[in-house]
Every structure is written in C-alpha cells, then in structure tokens.
Write a protein that binds this ligand. Structure first.
Ligand code: GDP
Ligand code: IMO
Ligand code: MG
Length: 434
C-alpha cells in the first residue's frame, strides 16, 4: 500500500469526499492540504449524510488520524461548528483530528474584504463561496497573516490581530463599507475558540513525516479541482490555492519523494459552480435534466451547478499538470437514462484546432467544442458491484474516456454510498491500494 494524493480533475465536486472516505479504511492518516470551508465533501454512510468542509473525510473512520495541513485556511467558527456536528454524530473528533500550527486563520473581516471585491462595478464577480478564503490567502502571501501558532500564543496574538484590523479598517473606510465590525468582540470570540482548539494544534508536517517513516500510510485529500487551481485553473475564475497535486507537498510539508501515486477524480460528465468559461456547458433543458438526475446543487452554498459533457482536452490538461496514475469516474449512474452521450473530444478557436489549454479567459471563452456522440445504455448501473454486469455501452463509454484521455479508469462510482463503487481489477489503482 502506498501514499496517495486523491484530487479533483475538473472544477470541483467530482465526488472526492465519497472516494476519500471509502479508501481511508486502508490508510492511517488522511491529510487536507489546501482550501478551507469553501469545500463541501459529501459522504453517505447508510442513511447518514455528512458534509465535510474543513475536516478531512478520513475522520469518519474510527482510528484514522485526520490532519488539517499548513496549506489550509481555517475559520475557527466554522471548524468548531463542524467538530460539534461530528461529535453529535458520535465521532471521536478530538482524538482523531490534528491541526497544523502553520495553517492561516480566517477572520470575519476577510468576508468583508471579499464582498467589496466581488461587488466592484468595474470587475466581473468570480462567484465565490463568500467564506473569506481569497482575502485570507492574500494576507498569507502578503506576509501579514495570522496562523494557528499565533492564535495559540498568549503574547503575540493580540498585537498581530490589532495590526491586521487597522489594515481592514483603512480598507473599509476607503470603500465606504457601512458594515460595522466589532473587533473587540471578535478578539474575545477567537480567544474562546482557541482554548477549545489548542489541544489539537501541532507541527503537522513533522507528525506526518514521522508517521511515513514509521511505515504508516497517508492519503492526501484535495479540495476544489485542478481547473480551480490558482496557477493552472481558468484564472481569474479560480480559488486562491493550489488544488493540484503539487499543492499536496507544500500544503502538507511532505516531500514529493514520499508520494507513490496520484489519483484524479472526475465525473462521467462535468460541472462548475460560480462564474467563468465552460467550453462543454450544456444549456437549456438537457442541462436541467442532468442537474436534476445528478442532484447538482452546491453542498456549501446550495447554488445550482452548471452541467456539461465530459471534456477530454480538459482532462488531458489536468492529467498533464498532475501526472495522474489513475482516474476514478464518478456518477456514471446519472447518465443511465440518456439515449446518446456527447463527449467533447477537441477544441477549436476561430476554426483552428488547439491542443494546449489557453491561458486567458478571453480565449477559453472562445473555444468551440468538437463533439463525438456515443450511444447511451438506457439501463440502471446504480448498485452494480461487478464490472462484468455493467452494460456494454457503459463499458464502451468508459473505455472511450480512457483511450481519449490516456489515463486508466481504475475505479467507477455508480451511486453516493460507499458500496456503490467498483475498483477495476488489475488496474494500477488496485495495485496502489493493495
Ligand atoms: P466533492 O466536493 O468532490 O467531495 O463532491 P461533492 O460532495 O460536493 O459532490 C458530489 C455529490 O455527488 C455528492 O452529493 C455525492 O453524494 C454524490 N455522489 C458521489 N459519487 C456519486 C455517484 O457515483 N453517483 C451519484 N448518483 N452520486 C454520487
Ligand atoms: P469542493 O472541494 C466547486 C469555486 C467557487 C468560485 C471559485 C472561487 O467541494 O470540490 P472561493 O470561495 O474558493 O474563493 O471561490 O471557486 N469553488 C468551488 N467549486 N467545488 C468546490 O470545492 C469549490 N470551492 C470553491 O464556486 O467559483
Ligand atoms: Mg464539493
């Protein structure tokens, strides 16, 4: 068994939570390496539904250590809330969860800054989750951020906090923000959170590296997806962290040499929440049908997700950036009723075929997708546990995706439950999980 990175190959919501929860049975540690409570990872265990935002999905397996890495941004109020929900479901969070002392802290005024940016008349709104994620990462890169280590330090915190508040007050005045922020009240609240979180705060990079040296198996859980990566996504319509595989090393403090496999999670189609270009988007009634069949509504904000056909050039691009060893195709069952399934197999701009993913929003918006249409299978795949029972047309569809993208399909998910998953026997993924 190997140390694996499991991450989103599209624009997020690929079903990472379900997969990480399932696989975590055979891992000792699950580490989140970036993002914050903008993520929403849904896991069904029987009748029970869990939506994990900050805490790695491994927390649902007794005995597995769940680590929030240094690359994550933490809103302590959101974290306390999530801990409370899991504890009331009987999960022993305090003995399983570790929080990096180098992770940066989100404050309520980060949301104020985000609102200002999103509302500017001269800018196109990104359609963020309004959680203060971007502004917190701005402070991190600007070298004025406050980290968990500062929060738990009795001396340093108040001074750092007051300096950061002064910056935000200047901004609020400049942009004539009417919202009143009670900085002293926030300070007091954060002191209370700190007392509860302190026992879980540690040098997580050191912990994870020691665990690896001791022969423990680690899974790194990505949030968002590669097309939302700050460097490689559809900038500026992206999130503010490195969701791609490289982010796992910096966001967990683990050397690339410790990683044995990189697994991309992709839907059998594709979705996107928020603004930004989307070449294979399905408009109109058919898009509504997929949204309904796949229940494509944001797990964090409840916003309807934009739906599109599987995009091969996009997957090839994310496979290149991440070096996928294997790909997991989720939500195959959502396509069960379709007579025909178009797949985007190429991109054209102004009548010319393009092979590389364009860098600018203007160019990506001009992409005209080239489609190849495959026959549907029109029979239920949900609940099938044996690959041999999957209808031939569905197998042909999966083989087509594999051939076109150049990445093996190592696992197929055909329902939200743990047992609605088929690992392809003899695949590279099966070997990595063995
Ligand atoms: P994540 O952010 O990548 O973890 O994905 P989300 O949890 O935001 O969105 C995926 C949604 O699809 C969740 O509601 C899952 O319960 C659901 N889901 C995951 N895999 C499957 C599948 O194979 N079939 C169906 N029908 N639903 C799935
Ligand atoms: P998971 O982990 C889908 C999107 C937002 C917006 C953009 C920037 O569940 O796959 P942000 O609040 O991060 O500054 O918003 O990124 N976004 C996601 N879309 N799934 C997510 O997470 C997302 N996290 C952020 O909708 O377009
Ligand atoms: Mg999600």
């Amino acid at each position: 068994m190997a140390n694996l990175i499991v991450l989103g190959a599209q624009w997020g919501d690929e079903g990472k939570g379900k997969i990480v929860d399932l696989f975590s049975e055979s891992f000792d540690l699950v580490v989140r390496y970036q993002g914050g409570h903008n993520a929403g990872h849904t896991v069904y265990i029987g009748e029970k539904k869990f939506v994990l935002k900050l805490i790695p999905s491994g927390i649902l397996r007794p005995g597995v250590k769940a680590v929030i890495g240094n690359g994550v941004v933490i809103d302590p109020a959101a974290l306390m809330d999530e801990i409370g929900q899991l504890e009331s479901a009987g999960i022993d969070v305090r003995s399983q969860l570790l929080i990096s002392n180098r992770a940066h802290v989100i404050f309520p005024f980060h949301r104020m800054v985000e609102k200002v940016g999103e509302a500017r008349e001269d800018r196109v709104a990104i359609g963020t989750t309004s959680r203060g994620i971007g502004p917190c990462y701005e402070d991190k890169i600007g070298r004025r951020g406050i980290r968990m280590a500062d929060l738990v330090s009795p001396q340093g915190f108040e001074q750092m906090y007051r300096m950061l508040c002064e910056d935000k007050m200047t901004l609020a005045t400049a942009f004539r923000v009417s919202e009143v922020i009670d900085f002293n009240k926030i300070l007091e609240q954060y002191r209370q959170f700190t007392e509860k979180l302190r026992p879980m705060v540690c040098d997580s990079a050191s912990y994870v590296n020691r665990a690896i040296l001791d022969g423990k198996k680690v899974m790194f859980e990505g949030a968002q997806g590669t097309m939302l990566d700050i460097d490689h996504g559809t900038y500026p319509f992206v999130t503010s962290s490195n969701a791609s595989a490289g982010g796992a090393c910096t966001g967990a403090g683990v050397p690339p040499t410790r990683i044995d496999g990189i697994i991309g999670v992709s839907k059998a189609y594709i979705t996107r929440v928020g603004a930004g270009p989307f070449p294979s988007e399905i408009h109109g009634e058919q898009g509504d049908q997929i949204r309904k069949a796949g229940n494509e509504f944001g797990s964090v904000t409840g916003r309807p997700r934009r739906c599109g056909w599987f995009d091969v050039p996009l997957l090839r691009y994310t496979a290149t950036i991440n070096g996928f060893d294997s790909m997991i195709i989720t939500k195959l069952d959502v396509l069960d009723d379709l007579t025909e399934i178009p797949v985007c197999v190429g991109y054209e701009i102004d009548g010319k075929a393009i092979t590389d993913m364009p860098a600018t929003n203007e160019e990506v918006s001009k992409i005209v997708p080239v489609y190849e249409t495959l026959p549907g299978w029109k029979s239920p795949t949900k609940g099938i546990t044996d690959l041999n029972q999957i209808p031939k047309a569905a197998m042909d569809y999966l083989k087509f995706l594999e051939k076109q993208t150049g990445v093996e399909v190592g696992c197929v998910s055909n329902g939200p439950e743990r047992n609605e998953t088929i690992i392809v026997p003899g695949s590279k993924l099966a070997a990595l999980l063995a």
